[in-house]
Design a protein around this ligand. Sequence first.
Ligand SMILES: O=P(O)(O)OC[C@H]1O[C@H](OP(=O)(O)OP(=O)(O)O)[C@H](O)[C@@H]1O
Ligand code: HPA
Ligand SMILES: [Mg+2]
Length: 179
Amino acid sequence: MYEDIAETLLTKEQIQKKVQELGRIVSEEYKGLNPLCICVLKGAVPFMADLIREMTIPIEVDFMAVSSYGNSTTSSGVVRIMKDLETSIEGRHVLIVEDIIDSGLTLSYLVELLKGRKAASVKIITMLDKPERRKVDLRPDYSGFTIPDAFVVGYGLDYAEKYRNLPYIGILKKEVYTR
Ligand SMILES: O=P(O)(O)OC[C@H]1O[C@H](OP(=O)(O)OP(=O)(O)O)[C@H](O)[C@@H]1O
Ligand code: HPA
Ligand SMILES: [Mg+2]
């Protein structure tokens, strides 16, 4: 696994510090609102697990699975719902928790879907933002790091379902996905 990484982009320590910072910010902004934190499976699992433990206010959690990448490094643009929420979000303050925004296609679809369900508010928090690759105008409300246009793995991010358990975020060697 480690031998497939060309370069470390963000260390475990950098990630931890950033999650603490984000946790403080959203705890302040969502005070008294009992937000529903929605984890977008599977990539956002580590970030969600770390972020909610840095939140010092009452919150609730739910999970959604949408897929647009399959086993490729580029988005197909077709978003499929693989698993829906268990809770109604009508009148709720929803915070979508993501690992990365790349083309923006996954989240623009999801935001519209959740707004249509009459949420009181829908905001996005992402660990990584890769704005150079955006295909739709979508900006996160809270973001950990802005990264260059490279395919990254680790801390939840996969290539063909591998590398999600790397504790840091690294750039995958090109030869891994071109061979
Ligand atoms: O901005 P976009 O170009 O839409 O890309 C970002 C989305 O793609 C990845 O998920 P993926 O569909 O690969 O599923 P996964 O989380 O299970 O890896 C990632 O976790 C984001 O959800
Ligand atoms: O750079 C990435 N890495 C892993 N999954 C992704 N999904 C969108 N962009 C990426
Ligand atoms: Mg995802």
